[in-house]
Design a protein around this ligand. Structure first.
Ligand SMILES: NC(=O)C1=CN([C@@H]2O[C@H](COP(=O)(O)OP(=O)(O)OC[C@H]3O[C@@H](n4cnc5c(N)ncnc54)[C@H](OP(=O)(O)O)[C@@H]3O)[C@@H](O)[C@H]2O)C=CC1
Ligand SMILES: O=C(O)[C@@H]1CCC=N1
Length: 219
């Protein structure tokens, strides 16, 4: 079916139900609803709309503002390939986009949706902390910040564009007995990897919990 009307649902998840109640009477078969609300399953959105409503649930991330978002989406029961193409085209303008089954949306939320916040605590703070390390070791602040940000960007680009496995990248950087392996040893001792894994797990579980809350309230 041709879509000629797209409604973006971008309110906080706890407002979704009440907004849908107001919106429902305006939704037609040609209306595509695109929701970015975290933890709100398509099923819940569809429940508040006319039967024929076409719904796509997106989990973008904030790097859309610099055209570097990592977006995933899942289609609702009536959304067709044309709807998905439209959403893909739209999201492609702000970064990478992939369709996935709805039951994986929580995991994607825990990883890429929330990721920039870890990046705030890790990437933005990782950037910040790397820069602080540079400052401690004698670089000036501006230079250290630029080097730190470019370093993360470069590593991400190598993974995405050259399909270099992070393990290979790590091995290539770590010369035998060299500086990187000493630094890496310190990161491992601090539980850096485990902390990031814990963060993704906690974000995913919270997204599932939010979805469950919506299901319970919409029984
Ligand atoms: N922040 C992020 O990185 C990400 C957020 N999301 C999702 O995006 C959604 C928005 O989050 P976020 O941008 O952080 O939140 P914000 O609070 O920044 O934005 C919410 C927006 O909803 C508007 N709003 C509130 N009530 C209504 C209403 N009744 N009708 C119309 N608009 C309304 C607000 O307008 P006003 O300010 O005028 O009240 C505001 O512009 C959430 O569902 C979140 O889960 C998804 C992925 C990443
Ligand atoms: O914290 C949140 O709920 C939103 C959803 C994904 C990222 N931020």
């Amino acid at each position: 079916m041709e879509t000629n009307e797209v409604v973006y649902l971008a309110v906080k998840p706890n407002y979704v139900t009440s907004v849908l109640k107001d919106l429902s009477s305006a939704v037609r078969a040609h209306t595509l609803i695109v929701s970015i609300a975290a933890g709100v399953p398509t099923f819940v959105i569809e429940k508040h709309l006319p039967d024929e409503a076409r719904v796509i649930r997106v989990m973008p991330n904030i790097a859309a503002v610099v055209q570097s978002s990592a977006c995933v989406y899942a289609r609702g029961k009536n959304a067709d390939d044309g709807d998905c193409d439209l959403v893909t085209e739209m999201l492609n303008c702000v970064g990478l986009v992939e369709e996935m089954p709805e039951d994986l949306m929580d995991a994607a939320t825990g990883l890429s949706g929330n990721g920039p916040a870890y990046v705030r605590h890790y990437g933005f703070v990782a950037i910040q902390a790397l820069a602080d390390g540079g400052v401690k070791m004698g670089l000036n602040r501006d230079k250290a910040l630029r080097l730190a940000a470019q370093t993360l960007l470069g590593a991400a680009k190598m993974v995405l564009e050259q399909h270099v496995h992070p393990e290979q990248l790590k091995d290539e950087v770590c010369s035998t007995g060299g500086t990187s392996i000493y630094a890496l040893h310190r990161l491992e001792s601090c539980g850096f990897r485990g902390a990031l894994m814990d963060a993704v797990e906690a974000g995913t579980l919270r997204s599932i919990e939010m979805g469950q809350h919506h299901l319970d309230n919409n029984k």
